[in-house]
Design a binder for this molecule. Sequence first.
Ligand code: G6P
Length: 371
Amino acid sequence: AAAEKGGHEYFMLKEIEEQPAAVANTLRGHFVDHRIVLDEQRLSDQDLRDVDKVFVVACGTAYHSGLLAKYAIEHWTRLPVEVELASEFRYRDPVLDRCTLVVAISQSGETADTLEAIRHAKDQKARVLAICNTNGAQIPRESDAVIYTHAGPEIGVAATKTFTAQIAANYLVGLALAQARGTKYPDEVAREFRELAAMPEAVARTLESLETARSLGGELAGSKAVLFLGRHVGYPVALEGALKLKELAYMHAEAFAAGELKHGPIALIEEGLPVIVVMPSPKGRAVLHAKLLSNIQEIRARGARTVVIAEEGDETVWPFAQHLFEVPAVPTLLQPLVSTIPLQVIAAEIARARGYDVDRPRNLAKSVTVE
Ligand code: G6P
């Protein structure tokens, strides 16, 4: 069994380390003759050109990857994108027609809420594109096009490598739409793809510098709650970090968009409360970086215990970070692929320090096939 887990105590820790390969394998074969190609495509370029609105539907971790899809797709294509929990989507009578593209993201491809969401979308004549990690599962079977995430089987109930693979796949969808619609020049699409293709190496480097996560796990294990703050693409990353901690360590964990701190959450800050902050790049997003830096100062002044995920060499955070995790400098939209990694490891280490089975958290199922 230890061999199956690649020498790790848990599959999840092995799967965290498989993320460079998960991202690389997901991108492989999708850039051919200078063009982005999808997997099973029963949608023509004309269908993609006709799209005037995108909905992303998903649950759990896949939903968090969908929140990131919005940043990339809107930026690259100028199409409006709405991201919705699959379980809410069909019950509120969303506005859909044949020019709507519904992107359904699901690791298992069998999640009942997501499946029912796409059935509803198809009834309304919308086009459906699935992003799925399981070949031939129900959701891709019922969709008009598919991109498979090639993360390999994921055993740990808490999703890790399928999340980073989903981010890569979502971005491929954005580039495919931009290419078909001509909102980006072919050389721009090629450049974005190259940057994406360089990410497995950045993820691998991130994995090398996480030694301090283990001791931090022990230190935070007794906390009654942990808060997460992020902005822009760092916000979905914070949401995913909080979800991992709930799932694995059974702790109250909540993520906030950092700009909301002053509108309420700051009242929660008290001596010793751990707050994990996902910093934007000081160069890529200087304005947001300055704002988050002042958030860290505010919470430090109120006694919070700060854990900061920041870009390598970002000295400005040093005075306010009691614990620092450095991630490689990468383009802003791609930052979630590296900044998520320390949050996965921190959650696993806290769970381990609390004595829980990180592969099989209580009350959770890997795939939920009831609505
Ligand atoms: C369950 C799992 C989560 C997963 C969610 C969506 O709740 O425990 O880890 O994110 O379902 O699953 P899917 O297979 O659709 O991605």
